[in-house]
Each structure stands twice: as C-alpha cells, then as structure tokens.
Unconditional design. Structure first.
Length: 270
C-alpha cells in the first residue's frame, strides 16, 4: 500500500511540475520571462501540488451525488466540475454552500464525449432537473474548469438561459487554453480559435437578469496564457497566486463565490 501511495505521489508530482514548466515556457514565449518568480510563489506552488493530490485521492468519493441544506436560502446551486474529475472535487465548496443554507446539487458528469457541445447538452439536462426537483424557477451555478465553458454552451445552444440565476466560473478556459494544442482529443475544442469557442463568443448574449462572474488567476498552469480565462461580457475577477486546483479549496476564492452568488437579480423595466 505504501508503495502504491509513493507511486501516486510521484506521478502527481511529475504532472504538477510538467504543467508549471509548460506554463513558464509559455510565459517566456509571450515575452513575460523577465517577470521572475519570487519566494512568495513557493507556497502557492506547493499548495497547488497538494490540491492536485487531494483532488486525485478524493475522486472515488464523488461517485454519488447529494442534495442537502441546513436551510433554504436562495435558489438551489448546481455544481459543475471540470474535465476528468467528479463531484468530489467540489466537495468543500458544496459543504461551505450548505453551511450557508444553500441546497446543493453536485453530481458527476461524463466528459468522455467526442465534442464539448455534446457534454453541454448534459449540463442543460441537469439544470432542468435541478429546477424541477427544487421547484425553483432559476438555478445558481458554480462551474469549475471546462465546466464553465459547458454552462455557457448549455445556455446558448440548448436554451438553458431562462433557468440560470447567478453564475460563477472558476479557472475556466473561456477562450481556450494552450494545453489543448498538445492534441488531446478530449479537449481539442478548447484550442484557442476553435470553431466551438468562436461560435460561443460570437453568438453569446448575456441576459441582463443574470449576474455572471469569472474568477481566474495568472498562476493557473492549466488555463494559460492568462488572457484566455477572460469571459467577454462577464464580471471578471483576478486572484493572485492561486493555482488551478487550489481554486477548489481556497477560502479567499469561496468568499468571492458567495459574494457573486448573493448578487440580487436585476429586474428589467416593463
């Protein structure tokens, strides 16, 4: 058992280091190599490695979903996890939301689909199911990684905008990521300038009654260059020295999530 644990730690460490080497290479290629990392970056880098390890170790716990709350405060919240993960990756966010009285829907999605447009249809179905189960007209959403892009596609291509309350995305590749250029079939739609992303941006009309916020970090070694995390038309929030997986566990990030979920809906004048 200890041997397997050691192998797992080594594999996660290699992936973590490789991701930041690619991140650093891209920084140099874009002319930012002169911006040196400091001792203040060591802690966040180690925290990101630990967050990645926690996300891997807790993956089996996400095979079952849950819907609980201490009280019913505001609309229900649907959590949409990232590629390769499941609901366990957002368990701490779910616990904090339940502590604050929210009904939380956190289930596993299957991203092993040929195109992200197909996965977006599954997100639209879950939105409708969450609204029907709770009897609410709208559902708030917290989406992580590629989940944020899929929520946008579900709203635009599958008619889910009327169901959306407030939406918060974490470390989402809204305009793609350089990692997708490595050729992995599962994320080829996230190549910057892909037809999927171009259609998403050009056809998107954010409804005035929905508050949308995109939280991202320049320290993210999965969604880079940093400008690719920008969601046109949304309230974009930058957090410093928080890695991709660390977004899931950071109390500072959760405070931003709660703040943006609590924004009162805007009522259009008749």
């Amino acid at each position: 058992m200890s041997f397997l644990a050691a192998i797992l730690v080594i594999v996660v460490g290699v992936i973590h280091c490789a991701a930041y080497l690619l991140w650093h290479y891209e920084r140099c290629r874009s002319g930012a190599c002169g911006v040196r990392l400091t001792s203040a970056d060591v802690g966040p880098w180690l925290a990101e490695g630990l967050a990645l390890l926690v996300a891997v170790l807790t993956w089996p716990l996400g095979l079952a979903g849950w819907t609980r709350a201490r009280a019913n405060v505001g609309p229900p919240v649907l959590l949409v996890h990232g590629w390769g993960l499941n609901g366990a990756s957002m368990a701490l966010i779910a616990a904090r939301l339940r502590r604050d009285g929210r009904i939380v829907h956190a289930e596993a999605f299957t991203w092993r689909r040929k195109h992200l447009a197909d996965a977006a249809a599954a997100v639209a179905e879950r939105l409708r199911a969450a609204a029907a189960t709770s009897g609410s007209s709208t559902v708030d959403v917290v989406a992580y990684g590629v989940g944020g892009v899929l929520v946008r596609s579900a709203a635009q291509a599958h008619g889910a905008w009327p169901l959306l309350g407030n939406v918060v995305t974490l470390a989402s590749p809204h305009r793609g990521t350089a990692l997708a250029l490595l050729g992995w079939p599962a994320i080829r739609d996230l190549r910057p300038g892909s037809s999927f992303l171009d259609d998403l941006v050009h056809g998107e009309m954010l409804p005035t009654q929905t508050h949308v916020a995109a939280i991202a970090s320049p320290f993210d070694a999965v969604v880079f260059p940093f400008d690719l995390a920008y969601w046109p038309g949304a309230f974009n929030v930058t957090v410093e020295r928080v890695g991709h997986c660390s977004m899931l566990y950071s109390e500072r990030v959760y405070a931003l999530i709660a703040e943006n979920l609590d924004v009162a809906p805007r009522i259009e004048a008749a």
